[in-house]
Write a protein that binds this ligand. Structure first.
Ligand code: PMP
Ligand code: GLU
Length: 406
């Protein structure tokens, strides 16, 4: 019998992080592994942000910060929301944390009672359903398909709502599919939320700047539901600051105060140096972000062409983020050169790692067992080589010919 709590025994390890770990372990044995597993840009943090951090160290920003973040940083985020998203918030509605992941955890713990339902369209980012579990809530999934670009309809949303629904949780641009909801599509969902005033809308906008269609639209821009929207965002993607650990939530003051209280008991304010660096990022503008988006657009087009060229892979063109989520289920039931049968996406991802030396993530943990996630946050040279390896490895999978025993 395990000495550990049921809570931790029932929790899955983050699949993205697990796959990155397996890739690193193989690379440590001297294998030339290309990692397309972790959703992390390969760009460096902008120089002006690094300079601000160095200055902060010299200026002795080394003490505990307010739990919710330095007021000047929270004010800079409020200014960013006005400038970039045309959204009006007071700085005390913004709670800075150690990352968007922690902000999501704060919100789950502050909002969801045991047994309450959180509606999540699939595929979803791996941590969503697990965080709902930690809060003892119940995830209610709305399945989508590649044919509809992995987007839900208002009818599907309506059908998922029950008297126990507490929140709706989604990301646009989406991880893992790259799908982006247009203003019209969001407006149609808003009409449904207007009929259900007790549901909170948690909008994960961490990929807002990696949008190839248009300017980002936040669902908080719809005044009829704005006071029920909780925006989750951070600097990990926009400013290539994954390791610095900084994110934030934007919500009603009541929810913000609850997050502040929760954070005061589990982590306190995030790193003082990181906060000063984050302040400079928001004061510094979007030039580096634009360069990054252009590079991602070129990479997206490159990977799309290469994926379309592989027999048996079904793929759509994502409008944002830096992921492809191809359906690879046509390979299930086929045999690898060593005779092993590939039964599912988990096994296919492991096969691609061990045979092709490319790390990708199985769709299973994203709530879609037919697909794999490929992160294209890597150089074009690496992407070309990785896609060549994936193609070769998939071409080695053969139909199994059953021989009758009689
Ligand atoms: N939400 C989504 C959709 C993500 O892909 C990620 C991964 N970076 C996060 C939240 C968490 O980001 P952070 O590094 O800010 O914790
Ligand atoms: N969000 C990234 C991903 O989806 C980083 C890994 C993680 O935090 O799970 O790969």
């Amino acid at each position: 019998m395990s000495i550990l709590s049921d809570r931790i025994n029932n929790l899955a390890e983050s699949a993205t992080i697990k796959m990155a770990k397996l890739g690193r372990e193989l690379a440590a044995q001297g294998v030339d592994v290309i990692s397309l597993s972790l959703g992390e840009t390969d760009f460096y943090t902008p120089d002006f942000v690094k300079e601000a951090a160095k200055k902060a160290i010299d200026q002795n920003y080394s003490y505990y910060t307010p739990v919710a973040g330095y007021p000047e940083l929270r004010k800079a985020i409020a200014t960013k929301l006005k400038r970039e998203n045309n959204l009006e918030y007071n700085f005390d509605q913004i709670i800075v944390s150690t990352g968007a992941k922690q902000s999501l955890a704060n919100i789950m713990m502050c909002l969801v009672n045991p047994g309450e339902e959180v509606i999540i369209p699939t595929p979803y980012w791996v941590s969503y359903s697990e965080l709902v579990k930690v809060a003892e809530g119940k995830s209610v999934f709305i399945d989508t398909t590649i044919e509809s670009n992995f987007k839900i309809t208002p009818e599907e949303l309506e059908a998922a709502i029950t008297p126990k629904s507490k929140a709706f949780l989604f990301s646009s641009p989406n991880n893992p599919t790259g799908s982006v909801y247009s203003r019209d599509e969001l407006a149609a969902l808003v009409k449904v939320f207007e009929k259900h005033p007790n549901i909170y809308i948690i909008s994960d906008e961490i990929y807002e700047h990696i949008n190839f269609l248009d300017k980002h639209v936040s669902i908080a821009e719809f005044p009829s539901i704005k006071d029920r929207v909780i925006i989750i965002n951070g600097l990990s993607k926009a400013y290539a600051m994954t390791g610095w650990r900084i994110g934030y939530s934007v919500s009603s003051k009541e929810i913000a105060d609850a997050c502040d209280k929760f954070q005061s008991q589990i982590t306190s304010g995030t790193c003082s140096i990181t906060q000063r660096a984050g302040l400079s990022a928001y004061e510094g503008g979007l030039e580096t972000v634009k360069e990054m988006r252009e590079a991602f657009l070129k990479r997206r087009n490159l990977v799309y062409d290469l994926l379309k060229d592989i027999n048996g892979v079904k793929v759509n063109l994502p409008d944002g983020a830096f992921y492809f989520f191809p359906d690879i289920s046509s390979f299930f039931g086929k045999a690898a050169p060593d005779g092993e049968i590939i039964k599912n996406a988990d096994e296919l991802a492991l096969y691609l790692l061990n045979k092709g030396h490319v790390a990708v993530v199985s769709g299973d943990a994203f709530g879609d067992p037919k697909s794999i996630r490929i992160s294209y946050a890597a150089s074009e040279i690496k992407l070309k080589e990785a896609l060549k390896r994936i193609k070769q490895a998939l071409e080695l999978l053969k139909e199994v010919k059953y021989v009758s025993a009689v």
